[in-house]
Ligand binder design. Structure first.
Ligand code: PFF
Length: 510
């Protein structure tokens, strides 16, 4: 079968960078940094970038291109191409379709709030609110959790969700070149411009309360290194988790994008360029917005305020409040939400592609049908996030899809590539068609350090988080039925995909 292809090299780099640059860069990163001691967080963060993030980026580009050569765009088929003798490995690949769907169904809902808030910033709907409590109440009203003078129920949120959902489906429907690549070529440069405008605005802010609360002093929090935290395993886990999430690696998405490359297309320089673009957006721009802005407004307490808030609430409560205090505030708030929306949509379309590619590649059905099935399933599943938000469903989805699935998948793909496919063949495959030659030390890193690091994280995570989470530790009693139903749906989804893999391979053997 003739598979789709990217238009050009810049297009695929921007699409991968578009997937990577997302809410994770502007919202999750500052919160993680603030929670884990700022300058203490940045050291494990950079170590994880060089020992996990960048190697995984290269691995996924390479195995994606490799599997694409056999007509497979998703992990079950790609894993099977790497280890053709093994009949079982394809089932590990199920995670690479399951994980992106699980992230998609809540990520897209949060993305739709950004569209809503862009609109409210233009219309001035929350312009009269002057404090945190007011903004929180506005957000909870929007989410349909409480009733207030701004919203009656979840209708408005639901409408913005529908618009966002349809936009995502349309982009994916138009395909790799005419949909995803085209949107990313526009949205990514645009969002960089908007982010730089916000960053410059933050750096020209003057504290209304204390002249020493300057944005520059706020930056010191992130950039004064603190080596003492290296002893703390929790900081390492948080740093590694952020690297996975922000680079979109370890979940199956990059391999699908890379499967649309040609056999002799470069992967190493392109992967590195996409990763560097993401890091620029994260540590340079993402690190210079929320933290310094909160510092200008709240001083040293601002940082702990950032640390205490949920990763996503922060952008909807604290940032607009800060921005709108200063002149032209609502316009800057609009730019802030629009930039986040653009960052969100270029990420969510990448989460949709694996499931669509799986249906197209393995069942030989048309794009229209594949997108239709995906849309119906995800539309239905998204209601878990919409209606059970206050019951903790989003956190639950984020844990299994955005954390656990990721570490397991990354470990499997790395061992498969470096040990089963074999490091010599792997190294050769990485360099085939490449525009750069990697330093030899990376052969050693990919063979030993990355898998060891991953196994350590997997072990520690299972012990520290998966077991207590599985046993529902810390879940409010009244939320238990909702969490259990969410879990039930997740198990059913996983088994359905596994069953489909079985069927697809049975058909092929005939
Ligand atoms: N990298 C995205 C962000 O930083 O927001 C989130 C994401 C997208 C994670 C796609 C995983 C993924 F496959």
């Amino acid at each position: 079968m003739n598979r789709e292809r990217w238009g050009n090299k810049l297009g695929v780099i921007l699409a991968v960078a578009g997937s990577a640059v997302g809410l994770g860069n502007f919202l999750r990163f500052p919160v993680q940094a603030a929670r884990n001691g700022g300058g203490a967080f940045m050291i494990p963060y950079f170590i994880a970038l060089f020992l996990l993030g960048i190697p995984l980026m290269w691995i996924e580009w390479t195995i994606g291109r490799f599997g694409g050569g056999f007509g497979h765009g998703t992990a079950p088929g790609i894993f099977h191409s790497l280890w053709q003798k093994n009949r079982f490995i394809k089932y590990f690949g199920v995670i690479g379709i399951f994980g992106p769907i699980v992230i998609f169904i809540y990520y897209i809902y949060i993305e739709s709030w950004l569209l809503g808030y862009s609109f409210f910033s233009l219309t001035g709907k929350y312009a009269g609110i002057t404090d945190e409590t007011g903004m929180i109440s506005f957000l909870r009203g929007y989410q349909g959790i409480i009733h207030n003078e701004f919203f009656s129920g979840i209708k408005t949120a639901y409408m913005f969700f529908l618009i966002t959902f349809i936009l995502n489906i349309l982009v994916v429907f138009f395909g790799i070149k005419k949909g995803i690549e085209k949107i990313c070529k526009i949205a990514l440069p645009l969002l960089f411009i908007l982010a730089i405008i916000i960053m410059v605005r933050v750096f020209t802010l003057k504290s209304p309360y204390n002249p020493s609360w300057s944005p520059y002093n706020g930056l010191g929090f992130l950039w004064n290194p603190d080596f003492s935290a290296l002893k703390d395993a929790k900081v390492w886990l948080a740093a590694a988790g952020q690297i996975f999430f922000t680079l979109s690696v370890g979940i199956g998405v990059i391999l699908t994008y890379a499967s649309y490359l040609k056999k002799d297309d470069d992967v190493l320089l392109s992967g590195l360029t996409a990763a560097s673009t993401n890091e620029f957006a994260e540590v340079i721009i993402g690190g210079s917005i929320i933290i310094p802005a909160a510092f200008v407004f709240f001083g040293h307490n601002g940082i702990s305020l950032v640390a205490q808030q949920g990763a996503f609430d922060l952008g909807f409560v604290t940032m607009p409040l800060i921005l709108k205090t200063f002149s032209g505030g609502m316009l800057f708030a609009f730019i802030w939400f629009l930039l986040l929306f653009l960052a969100g949509i270029t990420s969510s379309i990448s989460l949709a592609q694996p499931a669509v590619a799986f249906l197209e590649d393995e069942f030989n059905i048309s794009k229209k049908k594949a997108v239709g099935i995906f849309a119906i399933v995800c539309f239905t599943l998204s209601h878990l996030a919409i209606f059970f938000l206050a019951k903790g469903a989003v956190d639950e989805l984020d844990f299994w899809g955005g954390t656990f699935a990721l570490v397991v998948f990354a470990t499997v793909e790395t061992i498969l590539f470096a040990w089963i496919f074999g490091i010599d063949k792997a190294w050769e495959e990485m360099h085939s068609g490449s525009d750069i030659k990697l330093p030899y030390v990376y052969k050693f890193i990919i063979r030993y350090i990355t898998p060891a690091f991953l196994l350590f994280i997997l072990g520690f995570w299972t012990y520290q988080q998966a077991v207590p989470t599985l046993l529902l530790k810390g879940v409010h009693k009244e939320n238990i039925p909702y969490i259990l139903s969410t879990r039930f749906v997740l198990v059913a989804l996983f088994l359905t995909i596994a069953f489909m893999v079985k069927k697809a391979w049975e058909k092929r053997n005939i």
